[in-house]
Design a protein around this ligand. Sequence first.
Ligand code: SF4
Ligand code: SF4
Length: 317
Amino acid sequence: MKEYETNQGSGHTNNESNSPVGLIFDVQRYSIHDGPGIRTTVFFKGCPLRCWWCHNPEGIDPVKELMYFEYKCMRCGDCAKVCPTGAIEFKGKPRIFRPLCTACGNCSDACPAGALRLVGKEYTVEELMKEIEKDVLYFDNSGGGVTFSGGEPLFQADFLLEVLKECKNRYIHRALDTAGFASREVLASAMGYVDLFLYDLKLIDEKEHIKYTGVSNTLIKENLRFLVDSGRAQDVILRFPVIPGITDTPDNVDDMAEFISNLRGLREINLLPFHDVSEKYHRLDREYLMTVRKSPPQEKLLEIKEKFESIGLRVKI
Ligand code: SF4
Ligand code: SF4
């Protein structure tokens, strides 16, 4: 699975047909929060950002990985017995040495309690289209469609592009949930096949952005400007994660409002309140850097809503 790590912006290929193969960690049906109507949301694995608060940590690494649900575990030790690489040590409960894990899936198959789950599944374009097409009637009746989310869908650009094209050929509405951290070339190639961009903006100050997401925001801001300058402002809904003490500060909200005001034609922003997902990090043995556990209070959300409304944006929480 190493190829995903070096293959940013492409995905990998199926050697027999030479067509791209995607690594997907979930396909959620009947979603009503990821664009208009009833939608199927496809979650791509792999993201170049490392946001402290990431609500989908299982989507960060572009490889398959194990999630361990301790509360389900019967402490039987079967997983350790079937592991071919010695990646599981059993001493009263299993402990996973992740560098040794080759994601073979033996342990999750053998587990009688469903306590181990291998996250990430390879799909060819046709396989994913079959999943998406199951819901076409719902799309047609509700004005919905498919939303590509993650992780960062643009991280597997070749695969995404092929799926976008297929959806367009089949008249399925396409939304792209993106952090905007992709090369201009990648964004431009996908742009013509995307009906709606759900575009994340987090922090305007560059140093803060680097601190809390691991990357500079210059490319993200430039790509948003590019979409607007390309006449696509009406097709963009901004998404603002409201993270206590990090993105919800008066300075950042003021800076956001000023930045957005200078981009003509943007109409809507959605506020995405923080919630505690520490348990998910625990299941992946991943460090959770957030110390705050409480979601932002309603007054804070209304205060931010008011600010964005004052610059003419429609605001949804
Ligand atoms: S997925 Fe395979 S290699 Fe990884 S811990 Fe389970 S059995 Fe071992
Ligand atoms: S096989 Fe499943 S239930 Fe048994 S110890 Fe391993 S994780 Fe727990």
